[in-house]
Ligand binder design. Structure first.
Ligand SMILES: Cc1ncc(COP(=O)(O)O)c(C=O)c1O
Length: 469
């Protein structure tokens, strides 16, 4: 045996750039401002309207539901909004989050594309949702609120808000979409561990829930129904406010910490993105990653294609209409101009419960109309296959929602294999799937079917859009 081949080099061994996998930032590099994309758009999004008068609603109309600080952010003309120091202190528990280069997935696919993913699953609740749950709880606490209500689909948002409420000593009541309540008992247990109270929705605790149950006793629920229930409890009580985990401008704003960090991390890697891909339920993780890159794109500094991916069973961008509609099923919210499948559309109970919303963020909807990004829809079996491929190469089991983005990422990387393009693809891995194992189990047992959404179901729900707006 010879030792002649071992060369001892003095000093620290260098990490080869060819092998670097994680791009990390220091806590001191945490973004200190949220980025508001609206002032950079060619036109602002249409305002929410009062359902009776069809006049734009002012901030006062939102006051029974949200604290004033969040309402101000909702309509803010400022490009940047300072993140309060106490919120930064909490962000430090998991931020900055890592950017990974998916070298093993690339190799498995045999693609010349360079795939990066920004991983938000290391937050306490396991997804990007605490990025907005924490400031929402903070501002409510600061304005003397003692209790919050909310809805949750997959339970990711509910557990994020439960975590934030625990930190700020707020009570929390969550209406969890029935399909997820049954499919994901561990999410409910996590919310309860943080101290929240969880009800399946539709429930008999509200008139909105009772109305649905009277007509459909076995209803699997929807985010629209759960929102109606949470709003109904919060609106009349001045000590209670409602919190929303997606869709609204202030939620998208809070998520921009993701993209601000990713910009710095990709620069560290010496790359600029040719394509950015994210899944869209109400639009918050996609916006959070994309908006800071879009700012650079609009300034002529880069030119990535931006691609939103939605489930084929709930395709608001690709098969919905752009119209004024209610944000909830019972019709208690103002009217929002958005891509919608109709406020009483109840999506098939697909496993990606966080993507089962009939509408879409009004801001993103406006930007889609402006042609600032594109959208595709994916059936869930392709997404689960992508999730497993990712887990078996990169090690992280993704939440069912971001498997939609991964399916589109893999599709694009395989296209690059055909063309030989060395495209730089950045994707949002916005949550882990360790509490979604039952869904993966069903998929592996061959029990996950793709739902072919009939055109008549969409046409039928659209008949009940509010008239005359
Ligand atoms: C992990 C995860 N990803 C994505 C979503 C979809 O929401 P959004 O489009 O607001 O990111 C959810 C919603 O609950 C989620 O839990």
């Amino acid at each position: 045996m010879s030792f002649a081949l071992i060369t001892v080099r003095p000093g620290r061994p260098e990490v080869s750039v060819d092998h670097q996998v994680k791009y990390l930032l220091q806590e001191s590099e945490l973004p200190r401002q949220w980025y508001n994309v609206i002032p950079d758009l060619p036109s602002p999004p249409p305002p929410p309207l009062h359902p009776g008068t069809h006049e734009p609603v002012g901030p006062d109309a939102l006051a029974p539901l949200f604290p004033m600080a969040l309402i101000e952010q909702e309509v803010s003309p400022e490009r940047y909004i300072a993140i309060p120091e106490p919120v930064l202190d909490v962000y430090r528990l998991w931020r900055p989050t890592p950017l990974f280069r998916a070298r093993r997935l690339e190799k498995d696919l045999g693609t010349p594309a360079r795939i990066y993913y920004k991983y938000e699953g290391g937050s306490p609740a396991g997804s990007h949702k605490p990025n907005t749950a924490v400031p929402q709880a903070y501002y409510n606490k600061a304005e003397g609120i003692t209790r919050l209500t909310t809805e949750t689909g997959a339970g990711q948002w509910g557990s994020a808000l439960a975590f934030a409420c625990a930190l700020y000593g707020l009570d929390l009541e969550v209406w969890m979409v029935r399909a997820s309540y049954d499919q994901k008992p561990y999410r409910r247990l996590l919310m309860e561990a943080y101290g929240a109270t969880v009800h399946p929705s539709p429930s008999d605790l509200t008139s909105a829930g009772r109305a649905v149950l009277a007509e459909h006793p076995d209803s699997t629920g929807s985010l629209g129904i759960a929102i109606s229930e949470a709003v109904e409890v919060a609106a009349p009580d001045p000590a209670i406010r409602y919190a929303l985990g997606s869709v609204l401008n202030h939620v998208l704003l809070h998520q921009t910490v993701i993209g601000e960090e990713a910009l710095k991390q990709l620069a560290q890697a010496g790359d600029t993105p040719d394509m950015i891909i994210g899944c869209t339920g109400g639009g918050s993780n996609f916006s959070g990653l994309v908006f800071p890159f879009l700012r650079e794109k609009l300034a002529g500094k880069m030119n990535p294609v931006l691609r939103a991916v939605e489930p084929a069973a709930c395709p608001s961008f690709t098969r919905g209409v752009y119209a004024y509609d209610f944000g909830d099923t019972a019709g208690t919210t103002p009217l929002f101009k958005m891509h919608t499948l109709g406020h009483d559309f109840v999506p098939d109970p697909i496993h990606a419960g966080g993507l089962r919303y009939h509408g879409m963020s009004p801001l993103l909807s406006h930007m889609y109309e402006l042609g600032l990004f594109e959208a595709v829809a994916k059936p869930q079996s392709e997404c689960f296959a992508a999730g497993l491929r990712f887990a078996r190469t990169e090690g992280i089991l993704p939440a069912p929602e971001p498997t939609h983005a991964l399916a589109a990422t893999i599709e694009e990387a395989l296209r690059c294999k055909e063309t030989g393009e060395e495209k730089v693809i950045l994707t949002a891995l916005c949550g882990h799937g360790l509490l979604d194992l039952a869904a993966y189990g069903n998929y592996q047992a061959g029990q996950v079917t793709d739902f072919d959404l009939p055109t008549e179901a969409v046409e039928d729900a659209l008949k009940r859009l509010p008239a005359g707006v």
